[in-house]
Design a binder for this molecule. Structure first.
Ligand SMILES: Nc1nc2c(ncn2[C@@H]2O[C@H](COP(=O)(O)OP(=O)(O)OP(=O)(O)O)[C@@H](O)[C@H]2O)c(=O)[nH]1
Length: 371
């Protein structure tokens, strides 16, 4: 089976495993019921040894079920059942069962094998069973081999079993292919539902989930975090003067720039329009302010160009840490209030102010209330 590498794939694997486990329990119970019945029939026909051998397999299957109930180890449960069923079929072929019909039970094996294991293991186990059947057919004089089969039966047995095995292999291979395509589709949808189309950053919904996760981590283990609410200054003027497409390009360029400044563990999202929210795990207010200031100064220095002209792109940000807010709502509200303060005091700045920011940035645009 391929290595799980995404939440969709892990979820699909877990669902499939749980399903296989339920099927195994059901199969084990059915096998026990069959063995009780066939054993009783053999007993009544005076084939007492045969009856006892069949009933002893009930004990093995029961032990396998008990082992699983105790350890919840699905792989061992699968492996155990395959070995038991393999042994049972070997016995049935070697002994002939009743009236030499034992090998007919072998037809149950290929679908079971391919469902419970992967294609490679299934094929390998099946080939091994073919080998056992060939040895039993070829050397009826071997110890423990009591049955002799006609050439006609042997040819038909192998031909039909091979046909069934190939059919099961192809079915299982196409089931796996369809399943993998579904997992990829689910991943694509999951990614699209959480990503902002224009900038490729997380969208508001994804950020809300991440904020909730970070907040519960903070409540559980006291890990602090901060946020920076960022707004591009006088963005309407850029749109109005250069057009919406240029505005879009500025949003994209700004997002790329932001990615180069934040850490890998930080998450930047487009919070709406020309507003961005950066989540900074394990970051104090002072550290968050330092990062926001670094980004602000980089944006102010970066030339955003359109047709040879420099676009007047600057940003303001409101920063807040969870330690000061106490709740997510209060955190976002305080970050918004701080952003408003930054805009009110001249834009192209960060709030709350720290000593390194005391000198006003040059060329701050005139104040306009933040919407
Ligand atoms: N190009 C582009 N513009 C957008 C997008 N989303 C929002 N806007 C524009 O962003 C502008 C925001 O304008 P305002 O809310 O007045 O704020 P501002 O001009 O940035 O001024 P301040 O925030 O006060 O500095 C509006 O013109 C919106 O149309 C987008 O996806 N693309």
């Amino acid at each position: 089976m391929s290595q799980p590498n995404s939440s969709s794939q892990i979820a699909a694997d877990e669902r499939e495993d749980a399903q296989a486990s339920r099927l195994l329990t059901w199969l084990s119970a059915t096998a026990i019921a069959f063995l009780v019945g066939i054993g009783a029939k053999a007993w009544l026909a005076d084939h007492t040894t045969h009856a006892w051998v069949l009933w002893s397999f009930i004990g093995l299957i029961g032990l396998n079920m008990l082992y699983f109930a105790k350890t919840r180890n699905r792989n061992r449960q699968k492996g155990g059942l395959i070995v038991i069923v393999g042994l049972l079929f070997t016995y049935l072929i070697a002994s002939g069962g009743e009236s030499n019909t034992g090998p007919l039970w072998f037809y149950v094996f290929p679908p079971l094998l391919f469902y419970l294991t992967d294609l490679k293991t299934g094929t390998a186990v099946l080939l091994f069973c073919y080998l056992i059947a060939a040895v039993v057919f070829q050397f009826p004089g071997l110890p423990m081999v009591a049955a002799e089969y006609s050439m006609d039966f042997k040819i038909r047995f192998f031909a039909t079993l091979t046909f069934e095995s190939i059919f099961c292999f192809v079915l299982e291979a196409s089931r796996l292919k369809a399943r993998n395509e579904l997992v990829i589709l689910a991943e694509t949808h999951e990614h699209a539902a959480r990503t902002d189309e224009l900038t490729g950053l997380s969208n508001r919904r994804d950020m809300q989930d991440r904020l909730a996760m970070e907040f519960s981590r903070y409540q559980r283990s006291g890990h602090h975090f901060s946020v920076a609410l960022i707004d591009l200054d006088l963005f309407k003027a850029i749109n109005d003067q250069y057009g919406h497409n240029v505005g879009d390009e500025v949003l994209r360029e700004f997002s790329e720039l932001m990615k180069t400044v934040i850490r890998q563990t930080d998450v930047a999202a487009r919070w709406g329009g020309e507003e961005f929210l950066v989540l900074l795990p394990d970051t104090s207010l002072l550290q968050a302010l330092t990062l926001a200031e670094r980004l602000r100064s980089k944006v102010a220095r970066q030339p955003f160009r359109f047709r040879g002209q420099n676009l007047p792109v600057t940003m303001s940000a409101g920063v807040c840490s969870i330690a000061m807010a106490g709740s997510l709502d209060a955190l976002l509200k305080q970050a918004d209030v701080n952003l408003y303060t930054a805009k009110e005091s001249g834009r192209n700045r960060i709030a709350p102010r720290v000593r390194s920011q005391e000198t006003d940035p040059p060329g701050a645009p005139p104040v306009k209330p933040h919407s």
